[in-house]
Write a protein that binds this ligand. Structure first.
Ligand SMILES: NC(=O)c1ccc[n+]([C@@H]2O[C@H](COP(=O)([O-])OP(=O)(O)OC[C@H]3O[C@@H](n4cnc5c(N)ncnc54)[C@H](O)[C@@H]3O)[C@@H](O)[C@H]2O)c1
Length: 336
């Protein structure tokens, strides 16, 4: 299990939107990937999707080699037996505990006792998922953000029974995937970003439902406020940069007025009950023609590559690096 990164084979089970971009990320990092297709549609679509990601990554200079080079390390199969050689398997099937449970059984029947198993679940507690497995100590949440081959985000989540040492191994390993990972040492539903963001989604919907603003207004405000600083600083450094006492004052008066309903809001309930999926079928919070919806998907992809390029100029330790460079320059000056 502590073998060098590129020498461990990794399995990805579930080849939808995220399974394909996770596979792309791992191929780029140099792994051999066994990609298991649990449904026939995956077999039809996955190779095309992964190849398109690799092509675009080459065009954007994210990788140096053409898709064929990486695709040599990819095996797409319906056969779980091929997972036998994997040191890590990433489950990426739909957000349904019964389906995930049936998939874990198939994976565990094949993989070695010391191989790790993880789930890309958005919000099912890891402690609950690991109860569906025979070796809960080797089970973790591995929560990616779409598109996984361009984003730096990764949460590694321990369940109550996870072996923290193995979690630390995943943390180390994932640096080689181009991630700035976070190790969530204690299980909590929604982990970090989903808890923070769902509080924001609830408040945004409440503002619209109560007539304070339109969907367009809320999106415009968020794009131009948090959208500007979030990539650089997250939330705590933002408060540090803009002055902590003001937040203290505002919290006292604002918190009692924030929405804390526990029911799913009507606005989103209506959309889902009418079959709305968002840009995937041109039915969501905003109105779309089919062409507009497709263009939003395309625009999001373009933006993902551009913001990645910008974000890479600002790693988490940017200030530490600047300080080190400054010290080096001063030392050079003094020895002249
Ligand atoms: N979409 C996102 O942005 C996002 C972000 C973080 C986490 N996630 C999580 O990742 C997981 C996959 O999400 P996605 O967006 O790739 O979904 P998706 O709908 O694109 O793909 C789902 C995949 O699940 C598998 N599947 C479907 N029915 C199945 C069945 N009956 N039995 C076994 N497998 C089946 C198939 O491989 C299918 O392609 C979910 O748990 C989701 O919550 C998604």
């Amino acid at each position: 299990m502590t073998k060098k990164i590129t020498t461990i084979n990794i399995g990805v089970v579930g080849l939808g939107l995220m399974g394909c971009s996770i596979t792309t990320c791992l191929l780029i990092a140099g792994h051999k990937v066994i990609a298991v297709a649990p449904i026939p549609a995956d077999l039809l679509l996955a190779k095309k999707r992964i190849t398109a990601h690799l092509k675009r990554s080459f065009k954007e200079k994210l990788v140096k080699k053409l898709p064929e080079y990486y695709l040599k390390n990819l095996s797409i199969t319906e056969d779980y037996n091929e997972l036998k050689t994997c040191g890590l398997v990433i489950e990426c099937t739909i957000e349904n505990i019964d389906i995930k449970k049936s998939v874990y059984k198939k994976i565990e029947d094949i993989i070695a006792p010391n191989a790790l198993m993880t789930s890309n679940t958005s919000a099912i507690p890891i402690s609950l998922l690991q109860e569906q497995t025979t070796r809960p100590e080797r089970f973790f949440g591995l929560h990616w953000a779409e598109p996984s081959h361009t984003t730096r985000f990764l949460e590694i989540i321990c369940g109550n029974k996870s072996d923290i040492k193995k979690g630390e191994y995943l943390y180390k390993l994932s640096h080689n995937w181009g991630k700035e990972p976070t190790l969530v040492r204690k299980d909590i539903r929604g982990f970090i970003t989903n808890r923070v963001m769902y509080a924001a989604y609830r408040e945004a919907i409440s503002l619209v439902e109560n007539g304070y603003a339109t969907v367009e207004d809320v999106d415009r405000a968020c794009r131009n406020n948090a959208g500007y600083w979030m990539t650089l600083v997250g939330v705590f450094r933002w408060m540090d940069i803009t002055g902590v006492p003001a937040y203290h004052t505002v919290m006292k008066d604002l918190f009692p007025t924030l929405n804390n309903d526990i029911a799913v809001p009507k606005l989103i309930d209506d959309i889902v009950k009418q079959g709305g999926k968002g840009v995937a079928n041109a039915k969501g919070f905003h109105k779309y023609t089919q062409e507009e919806a497709r263009l939003w998907e395309e625009t999001f992809t373009n933006f993902s590559y551009e913001i990645r390029a910008l974000a890479l100029k600002y790693p988490e330790d940017i200030v530490k690096k600047k300080l080190a460079a400054r010290k080096k320059a001063q030392k050079k000056k003094q020895t002249k």
